[in-house]
Design a protein around this ligand. Structure first.
Ligand SMILES: NC(=O)c1ccc[n+]([C@@H]2O[C@H](COP(=O)([O-])OP(=O)(O)OC[C@H]3O[C@@H](n4cnc5c(N)ncnc54)[C@H](OP(=O)(O)O)[C@@H]3O)[C@@H](O)[C@H]2O)c1
Length: 191
């Protein structure tokens, strides 16, 4: 039995791999990982997949994510923002509620580290009282923000329905590179 996880840390971080996942009741993968103690040994195989940063200069980059789909995007952003980039880099991230706001501080740090070309927006679909930011699903945010795909390259990761809907929306706007998870099942896209 195998389980696939995206690596959330950048390739430059060689001695520690960071994963992001939700604990699933009775899920063999997440239960095993949550049960690990410091010093425990684990076996894994990899690396696999083709969801990685491409060289699309000078296209501006848009990252769209839901939930733990932020994992590979976090890795990409850290790689991208550790060096000066001439492109505008935007992240639109959809989460359910405030308790899901992992990495928010890290993202702010990235912004604070003198990358004026980086913008991130988080939208909560089921916010608890007190949230003053955007609400609703990230797909609606994409539809509101993306007026043209000219000069854009897009990376999608997370919920399959979001990937399908955002891909459809972007394609209705014209042609641009769209990169998605390898295991996202494109055959089901027409369903
Ligand atoms: N862990 C990893 O390393 C990793 C890597 C790559 C991909 N993934 C995948 O990423 C997904 C993340 O799951 P999660 O439980 O963390 O969060 P999730 O199911 O993606 O839910 C988070 C947000 O996505 C919204 N959402 C649900 N269905 C949607 C749709 N059809 N269109 C647009 N937004 C939608 C939810 O809105 P509502 O409140 O309205 O439902 C919520 O705001 C999983 O499918 C996982 O397999 C994970």
């Amino acid at each position: 039995m195998t389980r696939a996880y995206s690596i959330a840390s950048p390739p430059s971080q060689r001695s520690i791999l960071t994963l992001v996942f939700n604990r699933v009741d009775h899920g063999p993968g997440s239960t095993l990982l949550f049960g690990l103690k410091p010093g425990d040994q684990v076996h894994f195989k990899g690396l696999a997949g083709s969801f990685r940063l491409r060289d699309d200069v000078p296209r501006n980059l848009l990252f769209v994510s839901t939930g733990t789909g932020i994992a590979p995007i976090r890795s990409m952003l850290q790689t991208l923002l550790s060096k000066a980039t001439p492109q505008v880099v935007s992240l639109l991230w959809g989460l359910r509620a405030q308790r899901d706001l992992y990495y928010q501080e890290g993202l702010h740090e990235l912004v604070a580290a003198r990358h004026p070309m980086f913008h991130s927006t988080i939208t909560l679909s089921r916010p608890d009282p007190g949230w003053t930011g955007p609400t609703g699903r990230v797909t609606a945010l994409v539809q509101e923000r993306v007026k043209t795909v000219d000069n854009l390259a897009v990376y999608l990761c997370g919920n399959g329905g979001m990937i399908k809907d955002v891909t459809g929306f972007l394609r209705s706007k014209g042609l641009c590179p769209i990169y998605r998870e390898k295991w996202y099942d494109e055959e089901n896209e027409e369903e």
